[in-house]
Write a protein that binds this ligand. Structure first.
Ligand SMILES: [Zn+2]
Ligand SMILES: [Zn+2]
Length: 136
């Protein structure tokens, strides 16, 4: 089974993950742009039993447009958001792909909030774009 490691910038908040992700996606919503400081958020969804958590995390929650609460876990020292949970996807831990620091991590297969995608950012091949705003 594949074992992967995700960590914050300073390394104290560290996840060890066994097996493959249930879903890998990218999100272009403005809230993700603000949170990451990047033009899109890229994340992989795992079952909690696949994940071993090490280190300290500070949490921050926000209510998404859907009305569901998303709780982000970030390193209190370096501020890097490593993982989060969403009421939209109960029973999953969502991990930021960048925190794996692994260019061979599998590509996203879903792209959401296309209406606020920076137009110069192209998608991985065979990734269906999805507009979200109408779902409210
Ligand atoms: Zn850190
Ligand atoms: Zn988003």
């Amino acid at each position: 089974m594949t074992t992967r490691h995700a960590a914050c910038s300073c390394g104290q908040l560290h996840l060890t993950i066994e097996g493959e992700a249930a879903r890998i996606s990218m999100c272009h919503c403005l809230a993700c742009q603000r949170r990451t400081g990047a033009v899109s958020s890229n994340q992989a969804r795992f079952r909690p039993e696949q994940v071993t958590f090490t280190g300290k995390a500070t949490t921050w929650s926000r209510t998404a447009q859907s009305g569901n609460v998303v709780t982000f876990n970030f390193c209190p020292t370096c501020g890097s958001t490593v993982y989060w949970e969403s009421e939209s996807f109960p029973g999953y831990v969502i991990v930021a792909i960048g925190n794996f620091a692994d260019p061979n991590f599998p590509a996203p297969t879903v792209s959401v909030w296309e209406e606020s995608r920076h137009p110069w950012l192209s998608l991985p091949r065979n990734t269906p774009p999805k507009r979200m705003a109408k779902q409210g």
